[in-house]
Design a protein around this ligand. Structure first.
Ligand code: NAP
Length: 300
């Protein structure tokens, strides 16, 4: 198949190019800058210069493609995430960009959209398992994620298929993990929420293999990640990788100051990815979080 990727130069895009090529697919990657285009070309994909909000450029790049994977994001990393307006760019990508991607796909006659999404949208369920039918907690922070899924699903109305992949927290050699890793190495707090609460995580490599499997998945939304991990174990794995024996949690009152932006990172989410495995045969290569996931990060 030939697959058009937005966000091709990001952490999800790089992993997807590799996995798609390994599975024998061709890739066209959207690039906003010459630097991103060069990076995409170096990875062996065909760059398409353009922006997520440029419908004409995207539909030209999507011509003759069988599927589009919308992986573009602009997630603020570290304390920048707490600044006023920090979510403006990512919200715009989700609210409006996802709609432009769907319109461009329709213009180009592409029959399948894979939309990257987030399992953070589920309500806190304590120790109970979460599947795709579990309640969603809509807040200012999760609404754009839900709207992006809906925008992709517009393709159903003209006979196509939409697959939303609700990923867990990407944990590995990526910018957010690197920021947490540096804090852990300096013995600063990195944990959010209850220590016994659950987190849904995914190794960056498994994002790419999930995109490959989504090419054949029946339409719908799927949770995609490794086995859920207790928040205490996540924090300790990061701390161990960073050369410490145990990691530290932020006190509840500082988390509350972060409002809705931080609240979604504190929910206990014991998310099952069984449906995606059952429907597509996908299995994570990294099924369980270990300190090894962070070995690509260099100690400061
Ligand atoms: N599920 C999760 O946990 C999750 C999901 C997403 C991201 N994150 C985290 O967020 C951090 C940053 O992610 P990242 O390193 O992938 O970088 P990023 O800055 O979020 O960029 C991601 C990709 O989106 C593209 N993009 C952004 N705005 C665009 C626009 N208007 N039009 C077209 N493309 C656009 C970028 O292209 P350019 O090269 O042109 O900038 C890049 O390819 C990482 O730590 C990552 O793990 C986590």
């Amino acid at each position: 198949m030939k697959v058009f990727l937005t966000g091709a130069s990001g952490v999800m895009g790089r992993s997807s190019i590799q996995a798609l090529h390994s599975a024998g697919h061709d890739v066209v990657g959207l690039a906003r800058t010459r630097e991103s285009a060069a990076q995409i070309a170096d990875a062996g994909a065909e760059p398409c210069l353009g922006d997520l909000f440029d419908r004409a450029a995207m539909s030209a790049g999507m011509r003759n493609c069988d599927a589009v994977a919308n992986l573009a994001t602009r997630v603020p990393v570290g304390t920048r995430a707490l600044l006023p307006g920090s979510l403006k760019a990512i919200d715009e990508i989700r609210f409006r960009g996802s709609r432009v991607v769907a319109e461009a796909a329709r213009d180009a006659g592409v029959g399948r959209i894979i939309q990257q999404s987030l399992s953070f949208m589920y309500a806190d369920q304590g120790d109970d398992w979460i599947d795709e039918r579990s309640p969603i907690d809509v807040t200012r922070a999760t609404e754009p994620v839900i709207v992006a899924e809906d925008n992709a699903a517009a393709i159903n109305s003209w006979g196509g298929t939409a697959v939303s992949l609700r990923f867990g927290l990407i944990s590995g050699n990526d910018a957010n993990s690197a920021w947490l890793f540096r804090r852990a190495a300096a013995n600063r707090s990195i944990g959010l929420g209850e220590e016994t609460g659950w987190m849904h995580v995914i190794h960056p490599e498994d994002v790419g293999t999930a995109v490959v499997h989504a090419l054949m998945a029946p339409g719908g939304a799927y949770n995609v990640g490794a086995e859920p991990v207790r928040r205490r174990n996540y924090v300790n794995s990061m701390a161990l990788a960073a050369g410490r024996t145990t990691g530290r949690f932020l006190p509840g009152w500082t988390v509350r100051l972060g409002g809705k932006k931080l609240e979604i990172l504190t929910r206990s989410q014991r998310v099952s990815s069984q449906l995606f495995s059952d429907r597509t045969g996908w299995q994570p290569r990294h099924p369980q979080l270990t300190p090894d996931w962070f070995h690509g990060l260099v100690r400061a």
